[in-house]
Design a protein around this ligand. Structure first.
Ligand code: NAD
Length: 293
């Protein structure tokens, strides 16, 4: 069994991005610039945005952090988005989700200019992804592809089973895995909450991508010997023995599944660490006008 080390790969990616930024600046260009809007005071969201901003600094990006109060109206938020859309010095814009209940994520995402939508959530970018056109692939599926690529895992002709069909993980993941590219060219089965005989299907997976949001749901009897298992799930579980008061678990019961696998991502230390690197990769693409010229 080989562990897929998300920490090592994400560090490698950040190093490569930092090098490219230096090259751009040494040739007289300007640093890529990411703007992040956060509405409200949700603790986890604040941490995520702060980590994104810190990572921007690490690779030499410029970043702008717009913090708006809980009481922000839709019109006010749309105005902030418009200002950033119209600002030629800013390459990428993300609005941290979830938003307070009175704001519609769909409306907000659709207000972001597609060429600055480095989260890859705008319907135009999702459509371009589905059509294999140049686009910003959203952070989590992009992170999974990068891990498969960096470990040279063969995907062509393999049976890839994806558990979960959400717009941010399962659905794009399944599309990307059957596309005519590498990683891709797999024969894909998508399983979801209404799938019958789930374990009969998962047992036939050469590559099993798990994103259903239930701690330690996938057990050893659901996995074929020699499978590649990618665990997207993240759960904070109270644990008094830990200094932090909690431990992190994935959707896969790691201890019993890992001995059967050819490769497996741990939680923590796997897919989760790749998401910021993916966001920065997309921002660099935006600055280089690689997707929309
Ligand atoms: P979601 O709740 O939006 O979707 C879960 C999906 O799983 C649904 O499509 C549902 O049909 C399916 N499902 C639920 N129960 C099932 C069952 N018993 N059998 C088969 N399918 C079932 O979740 P999501 O946003 O896609 O996230 C999934 C997990 O990934 C969560 O644990 C989340 O925290 C984690 N996540 C991690 C990252 C990361 O950066 N690593 C990013 C996003 C989400």
């Amino acid at each position: 069994m080989q562990l897929i080390d998300g920490k090592q790969i994400s560090e490698q990616l950040l190093g490569e991005i930092a090098q490219e930024v230096q090259d751009i600046i040494s040739k007289g260009g300007r640093a890529p610039h990411l703007a992040a809007i956060i509405v409200g005071q949700d603790g986890a969201s604040l941490t995520y945005v702060n980590n994104k901003v810190k990572s921007c600094e690490r690779v030499g990006f410029k970043s702008t952090h717009v913090a708006l109060p809980d009481t922000t109206t839709e019109a006010e938020l749309l105005l902030e988005i418009k200002k950033i859309n119209d600002n030629p010095d800013i390459d990428g814009l993300i609005v941290q989700l979830p938003l307070p209940k009175h704001l519609s994520a769909d409306t907000v995402i659709q207000a972001i200019a597609p060429e600055k939508d480095v989260d890859g959530f705008h319907p135009i970018n999702v459509g371009r992804m589905a059509l294999s056109m140049p686009t910003y692939i959203s952070a989590t599926p992009n992170g999974v592809l990068e891990l498969l690529k960096r470990y040279n895992i063969e995907t062509a002709g393999k049976h890839c089973v994806v558990i979960g069909r959400s717009n941010i993980v399962g659905s794009p993941m399944s599309i990307l895995m059957y596309q005519n590219s590498y990683p891709g060219n797999s024969t894909v089965t998508v399983c979801h909450s209404r799938t019958q005989n789930l374990s009969e299907i998962t047992k036939t997976a050469d590559i099993l991508i798990v994103a259903l949001g239930k701690p330690e749901f996938v057990t050893a009897d659901m996995v074929k010997d020699g499978a590649v298992v990618i665990d997207v799930g993240i759960h904070r579980i109270a644990d008094a023995s830990k200094k932090s008061g909690f431990k992190l678990l994935g959707d896969v019961k790691f201890d019993e599944v890992s001995p059967k696998c050819a490769y497996i991502t741990p939680v923590p230390g796997g897919v989760g660490l790749m998401t910021i690197a993916s966001l920065l990769t997309n921002t660099l693409k935006a600055a280089k006008k690689e997707v929309y010229s």
